[in-house]
Design a protein around this ligand. Structure first.
Ligand code: ZN
Length: 80
């Protein structure tokens, strides 16, 4: 009973649709590293993301997609 599934022998099954966009963000001021994950399938919240360490604005969200940003790399404190 497999009448609805077409056989796509020469194509890769693209069932894994990429709705998640991952990238890395580095704070221009203190060089902290962030992992940025954008979920294009969902609306997000308007606002801005500031560096957790130095308060530099890293991104302004327009609310069209949901964006999650996580701190991944603490900068080395060499300037103190
Ligand atoms: Zn920073």
């Amino acid at each position: 009973m497999d009448v609805t599934t077409p056989r796509l022998a020469n194509r890769r099954p693209l069932t894994h649709i990429r709705k998640m966009k991952k990238s890395d963000v580095t704070c221009p001021k203190c060089h902290a590293g962030y992992r940025r994950i954008e979920l294009a399938s969902r609306p997000g919240t308007k606002g801005e993301f500031r560096c957790l360490l130095c308060d530099q604005v890293l991104e302004v969200f327009d609310g069209s997609t949901e964006v999650a940003i996580r701190l991944t790399v603490q900068p080395e404190k060499t300037f103190e």
